[in-house]
Design a binder for this molecule. Structure first.
Ligand code: FAD
Length: 473
């Protein structure tokens, strides 16, 4: 959005005359005579960019895009949009896969100008919601600290992952990124600026974390930090089938052998699959891990794939990103399906789903993420997981080698069938998936937590302007 393209939209989206600003801090109803400092772009280039996401499946051009630089501007925009009857979606890095950060004929609020890291203390960091995890990690590592849970890819925004959950290799120990939040600054759908935490506006705190941006936009987060390990050694263990992979994964989990335990089923390049356990051990240079003890009794076929400084290890996905950008596959459709299986039937359900797939369904760089994790530390109320101590993230990470739209539509339709199967077996959706969900589907998904979200929406976004891309209400 270049300055000469920025326009105050007096026509069509008339701004200045019609703003009814509820005053801040909840005194709704009071009028603020100030004209809003709203810089909206309605040029074709800005709108086309906001009509796309990483999924490249849904296109919904907004009427305009804005790029607020403060919480107060976000509040102004929301109050004004509400008056105009316009929907609003926050956009972090646009890595959603199914239009969840879009607002067809509404306003997309690009948060990429809100990136300040305000304060780093030994146990916490205060950061703007538009900041990218990579930048946050770099800043905390300079002080020997790190967020306890990092996603596998660090090019995501803080607000974008807190809106959905944020799972990573350490989630078995620490829960999700939403479990690391101490405090949030937010602006509700009514344009009210608030700070919420476990002890202040607790119901909003619970409705916003993993709440799919239905009640408020996050502007700033206070997140837990821990001492960063110096290095990470990574192992790859290979198996002939899913059953033997699952058995070793469960054993490694039970015995807490590794600091990070993940795994995947990946195309072997000849029409079949490779089954692999992926594990990482944190260490300081004074005490290198003992490979023999760590791997004793697990698969014969194993290798050490990397031994890197903690920051380099956390950023390892950047290599694949570079490759996919250079071969064009980063820009192809990504009909991903992300879910959690119950530990008690994960092997059975995953086997059934995988039997119905072929490697072309995933693409040469695609994979099926599959590994067990403990749920003890997962406490975010709206993050839905099967009700068992061990669950298996089970993700169809489809990276097609072509941009074929019909293929993408077919995969989205398959996602629906796979999801129905998983759901009927007690599994849960991770809502960053590419598939259509009705309001009833969402009510079923949130189950006993649905009233929490519905009530928060009713109270804090009564006009229902926020984040239409999920079709929740
Ligand atoms: C390559 C890749 C790897 C990934 N790896 C992981 C992983 O390891 N673990 C994991 O959990 N997820 C992973 N994801 C999924 C990712 O966490 C979500 O798609 C996330 O929402 C994207 O963040 P974003 O900044 O791009 O958000 P966007 O796509 O811009 O937005 C996503 C949703 O969040 C909302 N939102 C954005 N900012 C805010 C805000 N400040 N306040 C309120 N709502 C907001 C948007 O309105 C939208 O509904 C991955 C995605 C990709 C593409």
């Amino acid at each position: 959005m270049t300055p000469n393209r920025r326009t105050l939209l007096h026509a069509g989206v008339s701004v200045t005359a019609t703003l009814a600003s509820a005053s801040l801090a909840g005194q709704s109803g009071a009028r603020d005579p100030r004209p809003p400092k709203l810089l909206l772009a309605d040029d074709a280039e800005s709108c086309a960019a906001a009509a796309q996401d990483f999924g490249h499946i849904i296109q919904r051009p907004p009427r305009a895009v804005c790029k607020p630089s403060s919480s107060a501007e976000i509040a102004d925009i929301l109050r004004w949009a509400r008056e105009q009857g316009l929907k609003v979606a926050a956009r972090g890095q646009g890595h959603a896969t199914y239009g969840r950060a879009m607002a067809g004929d509404g306003i997309v609020m690009d948060l990429s100008a809100l990136t300040v890291i305000h304060r780093i203390e030994p146990d916490r960091v205060v950061v703007d919601a538009g900041a990218i995890w990579h930048a946050l990690l770099e800043a905390t590592l300079a002080k020997g600290l790190a967020p306890p849970v990092l996603t596998n890819y660090l090019g995501l925004s803080v607000g974008g992952t807190l809106a959905v959950g944020g799972i990573g290799g350490s989630s078995s120990r620490h829960g999700l990124q939403t479990d690391q939040v101490l405090e949030l600054d937010i602006v509700t759908g009514e344009g009210v600026e608030l700070t919420c935490s476990r002890s202040a506006h607790a119901e909003l705190f619970d409705a916003v974390r993993a709440g799919l941006a239905q009640c408020a936009i996050i502007t700033r987060a206070t997140l837990r930090l821990m001492r960063a390990p110096e290095r990470v050694r990574r192992y790859l263990l290979s198996y002939p089938d899913l059953a033997s992979l699952t058995a070793d994964q469960r054993r490694a989990l039970d015995e807490a052998r590794f600091d990070q335990l993940q795994g995947a089923v990946v195309p072997d390049g000849a029409g079949g699959w490779r089954y692999q356990l992926e594990a990482g051990v944190f260490y300081d240079s004074s005490s290198a891990p003992d490979d023999k003890t760590l791997l004793a009794g697990l698969a014969d076929k194993h290798e050490t794939v990397s031994d890197l400084a903690f920051g380099d290890d956390a950023n390892a996905f950047a290599k694949l990103e570079k490759l996919l950008r250079s071969n064009g596959q980063w820009f192809n459709p990504h009909p991903w399906l992300l879910s959690y299986l119950r530990g008690s039937n994960a092997l059975e359900i995953a086997s059934e789903v995988i039997a119905g797939l072929n490697s072309d369904d995933l693409g040469p760089f695609g994979r099926i993420t599959y590994y067990p994790m403990f749920t003890d530390s997962c406490r975010t109320p709206l993050l839905r997981l099967p009700d068992e101590r061990i669950v298996f993230p089970f993700n169809l990470i489809r990276i097609p080698s072509s941009a074929d739209k019909e293929n993408a539509d077919r995969q989205v339709a398959r996602n629906r069938c796979v999801y129905d199967h998983i759901r009927s077996a007690g599994g849960m959706l991770y809502p960053v998936s590419a598939l259509g969900m009705s309001s009833q589907d969402w009510a079923d998904h949130f189950g006993p937590r649905w009233p929490l979200l519905r009530e928060a929406r009713r109270r804090h976004d009564p006009a229902g302007i926020l984040t239409p891309g999920y079709d929740l209400f």
